[in-house]
Design a protein around this ligand. Sequence first.
Ligand code: KIV
Length: 279
Amino acid sequence: MKNTVSTLLKQKQSGDRITMLTAYDYTTARIIDECGVNSILIGDSLGMVMLGYENTLAVTMEDMIHHTKAVARGAKNAFIVADMPFMSYQASVNEAVKNAGRLIKEGGANAVKLEGGAEVCEQIRAIVNASIPVVAHLGLTPQSVNVFGGFKVQGKSLDNAKKLVEDALRIQEAGACAVTLEGIPAKLAEIITKKLFIPTIGIGAGNGCDGQVLVYQDMLGMTLGHTAKFVKKFADVGDVMRKGISDYIEEVKNGTFPSEEHTYAIDDDVIAVIAKEFE
Ligand code: KIV
């Protein structure tokens, strides 16, 4: 059954926790979708985990549409949310609506996600008025990395915590259908979750949110180098890949691959004629 905005809302109301994972390509989206995850996010984190940038700022609308199309072809039941990349919605409300429309019309997403609170409420209102569901994103919003001076936990000071609660209420009032809470203290996320009627989906925001999201490379152990404190490694896919690839190299080098099992046969009399004519 296709997950929709109302599925997520009903899940919040009944206490059924929402599961969300990122995906950026057809094959991964298919596997994640078959496992029954409620929602797939084509995050602009693709800039880091798929394209090798050091942050998300260089990601373009073209990148987002390209990857969203692939995911939409693979995911049949999950609610598909596509990130609006840096500078695709900040400069004007008009551009925000047009770019959100492209992610739905060309990419095949069911909703868009954008970062920020009070300062993007006009954009949220206009996109929702264009019949496009909007997921908001508060807290450690990666597109503000230069303002934060790094990927730092937000909402720890009284002023900052108060602003986050106020922003959450503002984006809900503007029409957001859900909100991602990233990198904020668990107790603050719990208060926000109780205060809102729309679902909260946490990443590094503790267990009191209505749902959770992780970047799939992080939770499957495929990320190279440092991972954040909030990441739990549910499998060691990186090690499985390393072993498989090393075994392949070894077997090609020593001639054990391909064996007869992986080889096509030909009738002896046909090959005898060919051999006679060409050898
Ligand atoms: O880009 C992304 O993957 C995200 C998640 C970390 C929430 O925004």
